[in-house]
Design a binder for this molecule. Structure first.
Ligand code: HEM
Length: 507
């Protein structure tokens, strides 16, 4: 039998069909079958959970909403059911909005794994550790734990304190004539903090400025749907170019850190810490008494890709948290005064006492303010996962293999059954008998399970120290506008007016 025979049958059949019923009718029939199939498979996947009975917009679904996300529409979706669904371009998406289902997804690594938009794999590179799954992920991540122990975190503090001081001067300078939007400079200070913490003095001021600017291109490239290949001069192309440039800089920093540690230098930044552990220095235990578990040697390329994931994971979330934190504290003079009082008290009345881990740990009230701000305005409202196989998430519903499944943290952080007045800012919830402390399981700001945020402690310390020092050394006020409380979704969440502040130096 000739191998081309089936093909020629199809061609013959198409030619016959076209001759008999005409091209227009053929095209319309194919389109109709595709539409019916799309609707049929949506209805089948949807089963009993909340969601429109049929896709309102055939094929594309609510794609246009995802290009221009509206926070109120998200809230309506979460309120529609503990499990609800949408379908975009034949991609079936299940959203979980109740605490227990959300926790279940985070903890079901046998059924799900984190997923990112397609272009993120190209930008972060497919070889990157964050795309590992199961045991390989656990093993790799274990090797990174030493970078975020108390001991390591306390070594990063002097570098971070220098950045707060430099940027506080900038804050004062830029609003000397009145209130201006601070969201862009909060992005910049967080970028500088991350880069100096991760790369120490191996990175130059010029490079920091360049990266703070270029990183916008990376965020802008992360659209939900992209063309399968990266076309020149598109957002994805600029984003990838920017990311490659940053990773080249990181690889050079990694080599400098290796030389520094080999020569017996002290640990000053994350790269130093990692290389010290690789070289067998007793650095990964918090007490310095447990024998060091030596980890394998990592190449400069691996180090640069991993450090880039830290920047990637922290940049947008930290910028969002910083913006809300300054806005909320400025709007609440009582909270502001209490932070200032505590900051001076922990320093024994001397504002020049440098930051240390012991000092940060004494800032109980400031820490409560940070936790409450993250509850009220969680930077990461949803975390996309994908079902590796059929996932029986409840007694009545199984998420079909290949679906996107999204644990949403916002509803559990605003759960009226747990938090009294959930939409109000009440730091006292975090007192030992407060509703926040008693319901710690609801505070899913940093996720939970095998992928929970690696930088959680680092981030909390950073926000506590930054807002604490700012309240102590500066006077700042917020100009409230009708958009101040309107939430804009741009990867994370921001006040829609970009937070108009004015800073003055305190004498
Ligand atoms: C306000 C600041 C931050 C928030 C709200 C935040 C939140 C999150 C969330 C929700 C996840 C997903 C957790 C899960 O799937 O269970 C995550 C993962 C991650 N975060 Fe953060 N994050 C923040 C800052 C940071 C910082 C500063 C770093 C690094 C220094 C960092 C590094 C990471 C990494 C590496 C992962 C992936 C972990 C893994 O897959 O094993 N994050 N973060």
């Amino acid at each position: 039998m000739n191998a081309t025979q089936p093909e020629s049958h199809i061609v013959q059949w198409l030619t016959w069909t076209q001759d008999t019923i005409g091209f227009g009718t053929l095209a319309a029939t194919v389109l109709l079958i595709a539409l019916l199939y799309d609707q049929f498979s949506y209805v089948k996947s949807k089963g009993s959970i909340a969601g429109p009975p049929l896709k309102m917009w055939p094929i594309i679904g609510p794609f246009l909403d995802s290009i221009n996300p509206d926070f109120e529409k998200y809230k309506a979706q979460w309120a529609s059911g503990a499990l609800s669904c949408v379908s975009v371009f034949h991609k079936f998406v299940v959203l979980a909005s109740d605490r227990d289902l959300t926790r279940k997804i985070f903890n079901s690594s046998a059924y799900v794994k984190p997923c990112v938009v397609d272009v993120a794999i190209k930008i972060l590179r497919p070889t990157n550790w964050v795309f590992l799954d199961g045991k390989a992920h656990v093993d790799y991540r274990r090797g990174l734990n030493g970078l975020f122990t108390n001991r390591a975190l306390s070594m990063y503090l002097p570098i971070q304190e220098g950045i707060y001081d430099t940027y506080f001067d900038k804050f004062v300078e830029m609003s000397k004539d009145g209130h201006v939007p601070y969201m862009p400079i909060f992005r910049e200070i967080n970028c500088a903090l991350s880069l100096r913490t991760f790369c120490g003095n191996y990175i130059t001021e010029e490079q920091i400025k360049e990266i703070a600017h270029d990183y916008y291109l990376v965020t802008a490239a992360l659209e939900l749907v992209n063309f399968p290949i990266i076309l020149p001069f598109t957002k994805a192309w600029y984003g990838k170019k920017a990311a490659d440039k940053v990773m080249d800089i990181f690889a050079k920093c990694a080599q400098m850190a290796k030389d520094h540690i080999k020569a017996g230098g002290d640990v000053t930044c994350t790269m130093d810490a990692w290389i010290a552990i690789m070289n067998g220095r007793d650095f990964d235990s918090d007490h310095g008494t447990v024998p060091n578990k030596k980890i394998r040697k990592f190449t400069n390329k691996e180090i640069s890709e991993t450090i880039f994931t830290f920047l990637f994971a922290s940049q947008d979330a930290s910028s969002s948290a910083t913006t809300w934190l300054f806005q909320i504290v400025a709007d609440r003079p009582d909270v502001y005064a209490k932070i200032r009082e505590e900051q001076l008290a922990v320093r024994g009345g001397d504002p020049n006492v440098p930051l240390s881990l012991e000092l940060t740990e004494k800032m109980t009230y400031t820490n409560m303010v940070v936790k409450e701000c993250l509850r009220l305005r969680p930077p990461v409202i949803m975390v996309p996962y994908v079902a590796k196989k059929d996932f029986p998430i409840s007694d009545t519903y199984t998420v079909p293999k290949g679906s996107m499944i999204i644990p949403t943290v916002y509803p559990s952080l605003h759960d009226p059954e747990v938090y009294e007045r959930p939409d109000e800012f009440v730091p006292e919830r975090w007192l030992p008998d407060g509703d926040g402390t008693k319901n710690a399981k609801n505070w899913l700001v940093f996720g939970t399970g095998p992928h929970y945020c690696l930088g959680q402690k680092y981030a909390l310390m950073n926000f506590t120290n930054m807002i604490g020092k700012a309240c102590m050394n500066l006077d700042f006020t917020h100009k409230v506008t009708p958009l101040s409380e309107k939430v804009r979704v741009f990867a994370t969440i921001f006040p829609d007016d970009d937070c108009l502040l004015q800073f003055k130096k305190r004498e």
